[in-house]
Design a protein around this ligand. Structure first.
Ligand SMILES: C[S@@+](CC[C@H](N)C(=O)[O-])C[C@H]1O[C@@H](n2cnc3c(N)ncnc32)[C@H](O)[C@@H]1O
Length: 248
């Protein structure tokens, strides 16, 4: 995931340049996360800490952000130094995460599709599960198992996928993705396709139950940016969906 190191300093501009991040992504994630007052939350693949800080601002008592990229964590720590909020950060592969304590909730925004193998996927889920108390929730937002394979389907939303369009995708299949909007182009990353069944199996094996898939929604403010019709393709077949699982 060395790609993230190369543009960590510019990463946060995606929240301004990609309307989907605010009006669909952040809105849907925070709606599902709900009230975090006095709860401890772990943010896995926290990146530059946008959601990590938001959890703390919303009243979480302890928030730890973990990410594989030292540069993304450096940017997150710089923000913390500039405006101290009591958030902690750690550089680690979630697939090899040690004991970081017990949390009430774990958030994983754009993480599980970076699992390079079934073993890596299971390791990530197991480590997240081990970090949660019984009854604790894992909320994920990640590539949809039903992603459109139509070339350029998500381009107007700033998401550029190079996907096979001949036949269904297979578990563990690698494909390229980049953020591509006016004013910002990331390098291509390799992401991996995981089916609903593969994700549910990894979570179940990690001790999760009550697994629930949730479709993202558009915030009321988003209706006017630039208009409700513009969002329809994404709402019909979003490239990312929400997943909630409870630690048994
Ligand atoms: C698209 S960014 C999302 C960052 C943040 N969650 C957000 O939504 O702004 C994906 C992040 O996943 C991290 N990542 C990828 N594989 C990882 C792994 N195995 N363990 C921890 N972090 C990982 C990358 O370093 C990158 O910061």
């Amino acid at each position: 995931m060395a790609e993230y190191d190369t543009f960590a300093d510019r990463y946060d501009t995606t929240f301004e340049l990609v309307p989907l991040r605010t009006y669909v992504e952040a809105h849907s994630i925070m709606e599902l996360v709900g009230d975090v007052t006095e709860q401890a939350w772990l943010d896995v693949a926290c990146g530059t800490g946008a959601y990590t800080r938001q959890l703390r601002r919303r009243g979480a008592s302890r928030v730890l952000g973990v990410d594989l990229s030292p540069e993304m964590i450096r940017v997150a720590r710089d923000a913390e130094q500039e405006r101290p909020s009591g958030v902690e950060y750690q550089v680690a592969d979630v697939g090899a995460l040690g004991d970081v304590g017990r949390f009430d909730g774990a958030l994983g925004v754009y993480l599980l599709h970076y699992s390079e193998s079934v073993e890596h996927l299971h390791d990530m889920c197991r480590n997240i599960g081990r970090s949660l108390r019984p009854g604790g929730r894992f909320v994920a937002y990640q590539l949809s198992p039903d992603i459109s394979q139509v070339p350029g389907y998500y381009l107007k939303y700033g998401a550029d996928f190079l996907l096979r369009s001949d036949g269904p995708l297979e578990n563990g299949e690698a494909f390229a993705f980049r953020i591509n909007v006016t004013g910002f182009q990331s390098p291509y990353f390799t992401v991996y396709y995981w089916s609903r069944a593969a994700l549910e199996e990894a979570l179940t094996e990690a001790g999760f139950g009550e697994i629930r898939w949730v479709m993202p929604t558009l915030s009321p403010e988003g209706h006017d940016h630039p208009g409700p019709q513009w969002w329809q393709d994404h709402l019909d077949q979003p490239f990312a969906v929400l997943l909630e699982a409870v630690k048994m």
